[in-house]
Design a protein around this ligand. Sequence first.
Ligand SMILES: *Cc1c(COP(=O)(O)O)cnc(C)c1O
Length: 371
Amino acid sequence: MDFLNLSDRNNHFNFSGGPGALPESVLNATQAAINNVPEVGLSLLGISHRSEWLRNVLDETEDHLRNLLSIPKNYHVLFLQGGSSLQFSMIPMNFLRGSRKIAEYIVSGYWSIKSVPEARKEGQVQVVWDGRDSGYKRLPKAEELVVSSDAAYLHYVSNETVEGLQFSYLPGISNVPLICDMSSDFLSQSIPIERYALIYAHAQKNLGPAGVTVVLIRDDLVDTIPSDLHTMLDYRTHIRGKSIYNTPPVFALYVVMLVTRWLRKDIGGLAAMAEINQAKADTLYKVLDESGGFYQGHAVQENRSLMNVAFRLTDPNLEPLFLKTAVENGFYGLDGHRSIGGLRASLYNAVTQSGVEALAAFMLDFQQRYG
Ligand SMILES: *Cc1c(COP(=O)(O)O)cnc(C)c1O
């Protein structure tokens, strides 16, 4: 088949694990706004964060998020900095420090592994399940999780971005606050929001550039925050400051607003988005499954992620050639995370079905040549 030549390489073929693909219309609107935001008459990069305009941008984004996820009134919507990695620390600082309770963690891959040591600095931690023995190729079944009804909270990662593992059920029990790192599948599908006490997701996987982390936090959790926290690390500061306690990342916030607007107006909401995401993942996993072992998925079938397809070639010596040929054909970002190597195609919201079909055709062609 005819592949694109490099000069045609475009954002439809961005399979990067993050920062990743963004919708074409959002990129165009961002480009225009860098020169001039029409409502203001100034460059997006030079507008004060204390302007009424930015307040409106944040309010509009919150409105889109509340609409898309059906977020009830008793949740705060915050836009913070420091990435998801800072949330690994802020969560135990705010909800474990000084408590006699134990925080429970599910360790299912690269990112949940990183969250645990931060919590241990603040209090007692119990790892309720660890996927180490399976090489982080599967997630726990609900009945394998032994959780306490008296835990400070249960923390898990809904989608392990590196290994390509995605939960299809909610872990834990309803009276223990459920806290979720949803960084890489936030806004990819609808979720039962009222079951969560806190959800966090930085922008650069599925909703914008790096710099913004969305935190949804249920009101009653806020009452137990200790009073001796540093101002910036206390969720109450950002609730009171309406996410503008200090200078926020105006540029990144604007792009997140455009993406949430696109999801609502152009895609038509999360049910429609989920259908598109399912079709994309089906297209790619079919190539893996029908390759006779030439391509091997990392995750067991029932825990496969719709967002991150992590795989290998049975002959690892072919992987550099695969990546080189992919780049020559305009496909970007297919190398696996540096921690596990191999290959990975990330199918975030902005990746299109036609982009995935082009990748599937490329992979079939590569297999025909070298399989
Ligand atoms: C990428 C990622 C992180 C790290 O986020 P930073 O914003 O770089 O700190 C944390 N959790 C998950 C699930 C991720 O995919």
